[in-house]
Design a protein around this ligand. Structure first.
Ligand code: DC
Length: 222
């Protein structure tokens, strides 16, 4: 069983996907972390991020894997734990080079499908319902007004990156939205069969229960 959750940055999808996976005892696939992981390695190797051939070669030589630990899901690139590094502003700002390359995405998608074939999975990203898992049993599109999404990111980052003002974060999210929705390859869009959830005025718990209400009947029928 696949539950697909897509949506823009700050829509609450990661938090809710993790909560649901834990509650239901099924796997959680963070596909954004995979694009971030390859970006991290490409930056380490000082690759030309416009060189799609080089990025495809890099992807083929890279082992990206997840490991569940007490402190949360850990991301490994070739056995180096990069969980923290892939959230850095530098990686965040360069990921669009990787996620905009069709042939890199094709390799990423086959890896995502392979990981998901290991068991029931909640897959989270931008193209889960539209491209990667078109036959997912349930699809959700989480959204929220940009002001609210920026506020959430601001509070998350507040202590760590206090140099970012709310205004900076709003601009950064606007740019990411624009890149995610206008790129040629697998842009962020709502699939016809997905359930749209506007989380602007909802708490994380409310979003969690909204999704659970749709997913629980599936589990009972299994
Ligand atoms: O969800 P995130 O912020 O960790 O994602 C990082 C970047 O990766 C984001 O800017 C868009 C891209 N991405 C993508 O293109 N396709 C996905 N399925 C997941 C993320």
């Amino acid at each position: 069983m696949i539950i697909a959750i897509d949506g823009p940055a700050g829509s609450g999808k990661s938090t809710v996907a993790k909560m649901l996976a834990k509650h239901l005892g099924i796997n959680y696939l963070d596909t954004g972390a995979m694009y971030r992981a390859l970006t991290w390695k490409a930056l380490q190797q000082k690759l030309n991020l416009e060189d799609e051939n080089a990025l495809c070669r890099l992807m083929e030589q890279t082992n990206i894997r997840f490991q569940h630990e007490q402190k949360g899901l850990q991301v490994f690139v070739d056995d180096i734990n990069v969980t923290k590094e892939i959230r850095s502003p530098s990686v965040t700002n360069h990921t669009h080079y990787i996620s905009g390359k069709p042939r890199v995405r094709a390799i990423m998608v086959s890896l995502q499908r392979r990981i998901a074939s290991e068991g029931d999975t909640i897959a989270e990203g931008r193209d889960m319902g539209t491209v990667v898992f078109p036959l997912a049993e349930k699809k959700f599109f989480l959204d929220a007004k940009i002001e609210e999404r920026a506020k959430r990111r601001f509070h998350e980052r507040g202590i760590l990156h206090s140099e970012n003002s709310l205004d900076d974060i709003t601009k950064e999210i606007e740019l990411r939205d624009q890149r995610d929705t206008t790129r040629k390859e697998s842009p962020l869009k709502i699939s016809e069969d997905s359930i749209y959830v506007d989380t602007t005025h909802l708490t994380i718990n409310e979003v969690f229960h909204r999704i659970l209400q749709e997913v629980e009947p599936l589990l009972k029928n299994k």
